[in-house]
Design a protein around this ligand. Structure first.
Ligand code: F6P
Length: 320
């Protein structure tokens, strides 16, 4: 009888999860495994909700956002009872191990399960790009492009009305997405949690910009910096300029994955299944300096990804 491997997508959906699922499934079947898709993240594992994945059941999904397995945030992954129940479920389903596609919460759950003897391979998928052990996560490039396209549109209104815009960008408590979005969209200012935000300096530079003939400016504001609406109100008070706030919200999580996201997802999925087959366990796959890489889950959980402030410096130098 073929050995069974479980695949799970968990936490926030990210474009490219389906492409990764397709790659894991097809590579797994080619290597002789029976592939089991767990529905609705870890909650589905606890409930025993699964489907048999075939070559055909993952057809036509490489170009779709979201996850056909569905996903969810599962509070029980943070409790000993929940994780013990997950171990039991893995055994009841006779799974050799689990391939987990998701962000930092999924990584933490993978770490706990690996310590309880379950073979785990984590595949990083999150629009936040905040995972140690990979330069890029699945979904990041798509979210980056979505946000840049949205800001390009906002800029039309900013220019036409001579307004200041504060645009809120996702990323939980990190500014990785915001920094790259800001540089790519030509934003004039940036607020990220990794760097102290000096609202008085921003306000005074906005006023100076006006004097220099700048009629509109855009501030990229990471959600981790607090309320973009309060920030916008303060900027309006300090500058006496017309300010509008736009929260890009969940449009950043959805949509057709970019070619780059699909390639990354396909490479990660294929690599993860090859590693599993070679007996490698309890690792996170990633890409480091252009090469596929492997980091122990424990290390990935322990370390924080370094925020590279050179993007912010370049933005400052170019926003003149
Ligand atoms: O981790 C992805 C992300 O979209 C973050 O950027 C955001 O803070 C969070 O998820 C929102 O989570 P939820 O989908 O649970 O509202």
């Amino acid at each position: 009888m073929a050995k069974r491997v479980g695949i799970i997508t968990s936490g926030g959906d990210a474009p490219g999860m389906n492409a990764a699922l397709r790659a894991v499934t097809r590579r797994g079947i080619a290597l002789g495994y029976e592939m089991i898709g767990i529905n609705r993240g870890f909650k589905g594992l606890l409930d025993g909700a699964f489907i048999n994945l075939t070559i055909r059941s993952v057809s036509g999904i490489i170009n779709t956002g979201g996850t056909i397995l569905h996903t969810g945030r599962c509070a029980q992954t943070k409790t000993a009872a929940g994780m013990n129940r997950a171990v039991k479920a893995v055994k009841e389903l006779s799974l050799e191990g689990l391939i987990i596609i998701g962000g930092d919460g999924s990584l933490a759950a993978g770490n706990t399960l690996s310590k309880k003897g379950i073979k785990i391979i984590n595949i990083p998928a999150s629009i936040d790009n905040d995972i140690y052990g990979t330069d890029e996560t699945i979904g990041y490039d798509t979210a980056l492009n979505t946000a840049v396209e949205a800001i390009d549109k906002i800029r039309d209104t900013a220019t036409s009305h001579d307004r200041i815009f504060v645009v809120e960008i996702m990323g939980r408590e990190h500014g990785f997405l915001t920094a790259d979005v800001a540089l790519a969209a030509g934003c004039e200012f940036i607020a990220v949690p990794e760097i102290k935000v000096d609202i008085n300096r921003i306000a005074s530079e906005l006023k100076k910009g006006k004097e220099k003939g700048k009629t509109s400016e855009i501030i990229a504001f990471a959600e981790g910096c607090g309320s973009s609406y309060e920030f916008g109100e303060k900027i309006e008070k300090l500058t006496k300029l017309e300010v509008r706030v736009s929260n890009l919200g969940y449009i950043q999580r959805g949509g057709r994955p970019t070619a780059r996201t699909r390639i990354l997802a396909s490479q990660f999925g294929h690599f993860a299944m090859n590693l599993f087959h070679r007996g490698k366990k309890n690792v996170l796959v990633g890409i480091t300096n252009g090469e596929l890489s492997v980091t122990s889950i424990e290390d990935a959980v322990k370390h924080k990804k370094k925020f590279n402030d050179s993007t912010v410096k370049v933005l400052k130098n170019l926003s003149v």
